[in-house]
Design a protein around this ligand. Structure first.
Ligand SMILES: *Cc1c(COP(=O)(O)O)cnc(C)c1O
Length: 407
């Protein structure tokens, strides 16, 4: 472990620079809007004149270089934030084109398979197409061929999520947007920014995207926010999204923040640092498992644009042992032992380890994967590197004791 940390010093140093650049953006927005203790007091009921809520949205707007932003506890998850974008902008006869292949699993019901899928885009008469990545790059030829006069939104998922493809960097996103907009300036480019915020020094709106969405129990909540999501981008689009979240004609004017604002502010303040800690933990994992020939992805030498780290084990037993040790090394619910189980939407049993303070928060250390060859576990998060290191030490010790690995 010491050797790993020594070898990773240059990468840690680079990540410190990224974190500091991002922190300066956040801090200068806090200063610009002179955040004051009274901003945290929140409102009740209808939530009119929620000064702290409105100010936080201005801070997100500036940091993400948007025209407008919506940052709300009433957005219950990342999936909700994304579906607000899709359901508010797309209309009957429009087409949605995802250019990073099949999107995140939880969007399946939003897109819909048949017209009987209640509330889905399909039911509304919106069609859906995907273009897969080609050798881990955008298939620009395929994309341009797939866009037609009905294509309203081009969707990009920045993070690989739980798939074997590569995550797309902001530079790569910028290049493909340039190519698309040169031919189709009217197309709206949406980026699912989940897991991506603050991993690099630029965000997708700076690369030409029109609208982005994400979850506050991931990166921008800094491990502190207890709930919420955000959408940021072009003002006319944010108006639509806000009308969909609340009520047409009301939009951002209403929505009480109760007592959630302190956590949302403090979380955003912490986020650049916590994202760095999490990525450094992923590097540590990647380095150690590369030395054990377990095919980590990305490699510790690869440029990072999100939190996800995958590791492939030799068999089911090793995969389960590792995941169980992540649970055992958690600050919360460590006495529960995860076992593989079938969950709707998956063909194989899935095993999940999550002992988090905030339910489902994946900026906190968690690990999961479908139990099938190549026995890949997706690990993400870690509020600080000490926790990831501790969990790694515990899992390696156990894998060694069971003669599953050799040093
Ligand atoms: C987590 C995630 C989502 C969904 O967010 P939830 O908060 O789990 O609903 C969507 N897309 C990507 C890339 C994600 O990582």
């Amino acid at each position: 472990m010491q050797q790993a940390e020594d070898a990773l010093q240059p990468y840690f140093k680079e990540n410190k620079n990224i974190a500091y650049k991002n922190f300066k953006k956040v801090m200068s927005a806090f200063t610009e809007y002179s955040v004051t203790e009274s901003d945290f007091s929140g409102t009740t009921g209808y939530g009119y004149d929620d000064v702290g809520r409105d100010k936080l949205e201005e801070i997100y707007r500036d940091v993400f270089k948007a025209e407008d932003a919506l940052v709300r506890t009433q957005i219950i998850s990342g999936t909700h934030a994304i579906s607000l974008v899709l359901l508010s902008i797309l209309k009957h006869n429009d087409e949605l084109l995802y250019i990073t292949g099949q999107p995140y699993d939880t969007l399946e019901k939003v897109i819909g398979n048949t017209k009987e899928d209640v509330g889905s885009l399909k039911e509304m008469g919106v069609t859906f197409k995907t273009v897969d990545l080609k050798e881990d790059a955008f298939d620009t030829e395929g994309i341009l061929k797939s866009i037609n006069e009905r294509t309203k939104i081009v969707g990009i998922q920045r993070s690989r999520g739980y798939s074997s493809r590569k995550s797309m960097t902001v530079d790569e996103i910028e290049q493909v947007i340039k190519i698309i907009k040169a031919e189709y300036p009217e197309v709206i480019v949406f980026v699912d920014n989940c897991y991506g915020e603050f991993a690099e020094t630029r965000e997708p709106l700076e690369a030409g995207a029109d609208i982005i969405a994400g979850s506050l129990i991931k990166n921008p909540g800094g491990g502190i926010a207890k709930m919420g999501g955000y959408v940021a981008g072009r003002a006319d689009l944010i108006q639509r999204v806000s009308y969909r979240l609340t009520v047409p004609g009301v939009g951002k004017e209403m929505g009480a923040s109760l007592n959630a604002l302190t956590d949302m502010y403090q979380g955003f303040f912490m986020a650049p640092h916590t994202v760095m800690e999490s990525i450094n933990g992923a590097l540590l994992m990647s380095y150690v498992f590369e030395k054990l020939n377990m095919d980590p992805s990305p490699k510790y030498t690869d440029k990072r644009t999100d939190l996800i780290q995958s590791v492939s084990f030799n068999n089911e037993e090793e995969m389960i042992t590792f995941t169980q040790m992540i649970q055992k090394a958690s600050p919360v619910n460590a006495r529960f032992m995860p076992i593989p189980d079938l969950i709707p939407g998956y063909q194989n049993p899935v095993i999940m380890a999550a002992g988090t303070f905030v339910q489902g928060a994946s900026l906190e250390l968690s690990a999961d994967g479908p139990v099938r060859a190549p026995y890949t576990v997706y690990a993400q998060g870690g509020l600080h590197i000490e926790h990831v290191k501790y969990a790694l030490e515990m899992s390696l010790t156990e894998l060694l004791e069971k003669n599953m690995i050799e040093l």
